[in-house]
Design a protein. Structure first.
Length: 499
């Protein structure tokens, strides 16, 4: 049982949660919980929590109900039509109820994302999915490039849409790839149960699994085509034209476009069909593919941002320590370096502007919530915190390593005197705290305390500002002024709202 659901600060508006659990989450522009009714939605809520790439969804639950990623291996790929791909996976300890779906975990140059697909069949450790490939969409590119023997993570099987173990008549209504769960249901129905399949496609070339449907015993198949060709052999128009053929005592399973699902349900209820005999699943409708500038600037889908984040961390791990040691050995810490810098001035500038970026981007994203570019750039805050603090730790540790007496001197009274010495120590202590907690493990373990600890970033920024201002006031004070202005304005908007 789920007791409470929260979204803490740090949402990057990836919309995974809204896609997985639309009755619980809404991204506008950040994710928020829109319902306190969790019963019946437990699987979707836990799925949203697990799939959140920045771990900002926190679920407080009672009991042992949990979800975890499983691993599947691609075994076969086959095109059923020009744009419908059949994927077969092998997986150990796989179980499902006919009609349920799994959610694949994918990753590309934009970010981690998920997509849910109904299970078309399962046999001897192998399950099959059918995927509609739209060339401009992320999942289409990812899955079409997926290689045989490639491993992929998934969640499932999930949801309450599944075949009921009853002996009554069954009517299965599907559009497009909504046929997939119907195939798994038909495979698990007794032959003696009377079955009816009503299936719609736009063009005749989109029909697939026709031969499989015709092999099921005691099954009547009706195929509806809305735009038939000249040699048309099936029925024309929509599945709603067939509602009068459905007996009132039949269980009805509906899967496909949500508009179709609602139209069929409405039509059945108007014909006095019992609502208790109607079961449905609606697909998420894909919107039009945005232009590149809109996708980056408005939606915040920045190419290779996760790779850039790792590049920043690699610079911390390898490049900066190596460069510093090289310049020390060659006595070139204050020699010319990259245009008008010395190496040390370059390091301090890099550290300072990394912190300035971190302090600017959060209020900017709050003041301009419709600009997805700013929201997504907030995901780089952790990497730039690490970059800034790594410069301090590099200088400090190399000084200790190269001359062990510096370690003893560090704890002397002169190093901890009031004003500038103590400000230096405050800056060093806070960077150490931020460095040790700037990871997903700390965020999960510390939960609410993680955010409180991260507030020490203000102390780090202010102490660094005081120190740096003594050396470059014309560079430091304007940047600090912008930070103060943005944060005051952001707080004012938070308190008094937007006009």
């Amino acid at each position: 049982m789920i007791k409470d659901v929260k979204v803490i600060e740090g949402c990057i508006s990836c919309r995974n949660c809204e896609t997985v659990a639309p009755t619980t989450f809404k991204v506008a522009p950040k994710s928020k919980v829109i319902s306190d009714s969790f019963e019946g939605n437990e699987a979707e809520i836990l799925q949203a929590e697990l799939m959140c790439p920045v771990n900002v969804i926190k679920v407080n639950k009672k009991g042992g109900f949990t979800l975890s990623f499983n691993e599947a291996v691609v075994q076969k790929k086959k095109f059923l039509t020009s744009d419908i791909l059949e994927l077969t996976f092998s997986a150990s300890n796989f179980s499902f109820k006919p009609g349920q779906y799994i959610s694949l975990q994918m990753n590309d140059w934009k970010w981690k994302f998920s997509r849910s697909y109904s299970i078309a069949s399962y046999n001897s450790g192998m399950f099959t999915l059918t995927v509609k490939l739209l060339s401009k969409w992320r999942w289409a590119r990812f899955l079409s490039c997926l290689k045989i023997w490639k491993k992929i993570n998934y969640l499932g099987a999930l949801w309450n849409f599944h075949l009921k173990n009853t002996p009554v008549k069954k009517t299965l209504i599907a559009t497009g790839t909504g046929l997939a769960p119907m195939i798994s249901m038909l495979q698990n129905m007794p032959e003696k149960v009377e079955k009816k399949v009503i299936y719609w496609v736009r063009f005749e070339k989109d029909v697939y699994y026709k031969e499989i449907l015709e092999k099921f015993a005691n099954t009547h198949v009706t195929i509806q085509v809305s735009q038939p060709g000249n040699d048309f052999t099936w029925n024309k128009w929509r599945v709603t034209d067939c509602l009068d053929e459905i007996s009132s005592d039949s269980e009805v399973y509906i899967c496909g476009n949500p508009n179709m699902v609602e139209s069929v349900k409405k039509g059945l209820l108007e014909r006095w069909h019992s609502e208790n005999l109607i079961f449905n699943e609606s697909f998420t409708v894909s919107t039009n593919h945005p232009s590149l500038w809109r996708d980056i600037f408005i939606n915040g889908n920045i190419p290779w941002i996760n790779i850039f984040s790792w590049l920043v961390i690699i610079i911390w791990l390898f490049v900066i320590p190596s460069l510093w040691y090289s310049h020390v050995v060659n006595n070139a810490l204050y020699a010319d370096f990259l245009f008008f810098w010395t190496f040390m001035s370059f390091l301090w500038d890099l550290s300072w502007w990394s912190v300035v970026f971190v302090m600017w981007i959060r209020p900017l994203s709050h003041l301009f919530p419709k600009i997805g570019l700013l929201r997504k750039l907030t995901s780089l805050r952790k990497a730039f915190w690490i970059l800034s603090s790594s410069i301090i730790i590099t200088v400090l540790l190399w000084n200790f390593i190269l001359d062990s007496s510096n370690f003893v001197k560090y704890f002397s009274s002169t190093k901890w005197e009031l004003y500038y010495p103590i400000i230096w120590r405050v800056s060093e202590i806070t960077w150490l705290i931020l460095l040790l907690t700037s990871n997903n493990i700390s965020q999960r373990k510390l939960w609410i305390w993680w955010k409180r600890i991260q507030r020490s970033s203000y102390l780090y920024f202010i102490s660094g500002w005081i120190i740096a201002a003594q050396y470059a006031p014309l560079k430091i004070y304007p940047a600090m002024g912008v930070v103060i202005f943005l944060w005051v304005l952001s707080e004012w908007v938070t308190r008094f709202g937007r006009n």
